[in-house]
Design a protein around this ligand. Structure first.
Ligand code: HEM
Length: 522
């Protein structure tokens, strides 16, 4: 044997042997990696399923999470009214688990009320990204006594006196937008949902900021507000990455709050100069100044502390945020329902003319609003039939014994549902029909206060509810006198789409024309 050859064959044997060792090591290393991974995944899935089953307890819900870990995440990205409805009908308490979030849904009137009035156990739950968009310092994230104290200082912004001050500004916006409604639909019927979102944004901005906010600023905010709604949808990416929905939403929110802070500075100057109160900011700042002057004069503690322009801007932003989607939803259904029920429209018209003493051009006053009984019933019925807010998400601060046989686990989301209570056949005969007369005095509906959950109840009950109802009454009342509008009914008109609140799936196709006010006058 040639030594070089044997050395060579020895070398190749050694190489082959070391390759084998390496291969074995590789298999061993990789097998253990994959088996560890597999065991881990199976462990997580089993833990997630068991955890779900324990939390679910006796209430209705899928037997297992059909999609492991993520649950029905994809359904919640594009929520369907029918899916919500089926869930509510599945039982008084039902549940669902999406990723690590366990959610309990309460579908009866009494359970919904119980949750809304149990601040010791629950607090409102906001989507993660809301803290970034509304800013962590915002009052809406306060809980318990801190929330109550803050809210007390805001109550007088929506008193009867304050509403009377806001009314002329609202009417100016109606004038401006009614012209626009006619103009944009002059060539034929068009979807109006977007127009209704804009008029509501403009009305809110004038009400909250008076004339401190410019026409251009109103237009920019009204044009862009939908970005904030999209950013705050129930399911959204929680990190604000550039060019995502949440990024655009945050930019729009920051721009709006900057404008509000500048308006607050102008309002402070005007109130210091003892000018007239014209808007929500003025009313708030005047109350602050009055409390300071009173405390100085009497040597007592101030009842309202000094708020910075930034704080005022953040709070006013929550008003816009709380009102915008719900008011746009209500406005859309209101114009649609009234158009589809010409007899109702005729009755509104007759009442509106009567409260104006036969002069359709008379400017609206609070005393007139007090006389609009039928118009009020129409608005209430619209809000009942199509409640803008279907559900209000809360979170359990500790284990919450919600019923005799079920305790909501700490950290779970618990969602009172408002819709079923407003469609309860025991209180509302033919609940799916639009019948304003059901609200006449003495009827079961008018006495069913417990079912009236349109604006929630308890410590977080809607702060702007009186203002909202008055706005809808005055807007539809004035429109009934000055405008003729026709609704193009499609297969989708009565189908509900969910976009934060609810809208007709065809976006409400309308055409507006001006009425001849000389012919209208009595
Ligand atoms: C159709 C119109 C509206 C509907 C259906 C509506 C409905 C609601 C609901 C269901 C809640 C939650 C209540 C609860 O948790 O018990 C709420 C809270 C709130 N709403 Fe409204 N709202 C409307 C308009 C407005 C307007 C116009 C404003 C402001 C001017 C407003 C300001 C607020 C505020 C600030 C809260 C939070 C209150 C708190 O946490 O203490 N809302 N609203």
């Amino acid at each position: 044997m040639n030594s070089t050859a044997s050395a060579g064959s020895l070398g190749s044997d050694a190489i082959a042997g070391s390759k084998l060792v390496l291969a074995l090591e590789w298999i061993q290393a990789n097998t253990s990696f994959w088996s560890v991974m597999l065991t881990l995944i199976i462990g997580i899935v089993v833990y997630d399923q068991v955890n779900y089953l324990i939390k679910k307890g006796s209430i209705v819900g899928p037997t297992f999470k059909i999609w492991p870990i993520m649950g029905p995440f994809l359904e919640s990205v594009d929520p369907k009214f029918e899916e919500y409805y089926n869930k509510w009908m599945s039982g008084p308490l039902s549940c669902v688990s999406v990723f690590h979030k366990f959610v309990v849904i309460a579908s009866t009137r009494d359970l919904a009320r119980k949750i809304l009035t149990s601040p010791a156990y629950v607090k409102p739950c906001v989507v993660d990204v809301a803290i970034k968009i509304l800013r962590p310092t915002n009052w809406v994230f306060l809980d318990g006594k801190a929330h109550l104290d803050y809210r007390k200082g805001l109550n007088n912004l929506f008193t009867r006196k304050s509403l009377g001050i806001y009314l002329p500004h609202q009417e100016n916006i109606y004038d401006q937008y009614f012209d626009r409604f006619v103009n944009v639909s002059k060539n034929g019927p068009i979807p109006f949902m977007h127009e209704f979102r804009e008029i509501n944004c403009a009305v809110s901005l004038r009400t909250f900021c008076g004339t401190y906010i410019t026409e251009d600023q109103v237009r920019i905010i009204a044009d862009n507000y939908y970005k904030i709604t999209a950013a705050l949808e129930l399911v959204n990416f929680p990190i604000v990455l550039p060019f995502t929905k949440t990024w655009y939403g945050k930019k729009c929110a920051d721009m709006t709050m900057d404008i509000f802070a500048k308006c607050a500075a102008m309002s402070k100057k005007a109130m210091a100069e003892k000018k007239e109160v014209t808007c929500t900011m003025d009313a708030w700042i005047k109350a602050m100044n009055d409390s300071r002057d009173e405390a100085e004069a009497n040597g007592t503690k101030r009842s309202i502390r000094e708020f910075t322009n930034k704080e005022i801007s953040e709070t006013i932003f929550t008003f816009l945020f709380a009102s915008q989607d719900a008011s746009s939803s209500a406005t859309t259904w209101l114009f649609q329902l009234v158009a589809d029920n010409p007899d109702v429209l005729e009755k509104i018209r007759a009442e509106q003319l009567a409260v104006r003493g036969g002069d359709p051009t008379k400017r609206i006053t609070l005393d007139m609003v007090d006389e609009m009984h039928y118009t009020n019933m129409v608005v209430k019925e619209c809000l009942r039939l199509r409640p803008p807010v279907l559900m209000v998400p809360y979170v359990a601060k500790k284990d919450y014994p919600i019923s005799e046989d079920y305790t909501v686990p700490k950290g779970a989301m618990v969602i009172p549902t408002l819709y079923p209570s407003l469609h309860d056949p025991e209180v509302y005969d033919q609940p799916e029909e639009f019948i304003p007369e059901r609200w006449e005095e003495g009827t079961t509906a008018s006495k069913g206060h417990k079912n009236w959950l349109v604006f929630g109840t308890g410590p977080h009950v809607c702060l702007g509810q009186k203002y909202a109802v008055m706005h809808f009454m005055t807007m539809i009342g004035k429109a009934s006198l000055e405008l003729e509008w026709s609704h193009t009914i499609t297969d989708l008109s009565e189908k509900i789409k969910v976009f934060a609140t609810i809208f007709p799936q065809d976006d409400c196709i309308l055409q507006f024309k001006r009425r001849d006010l000389h012919a209208v006058a009595a």
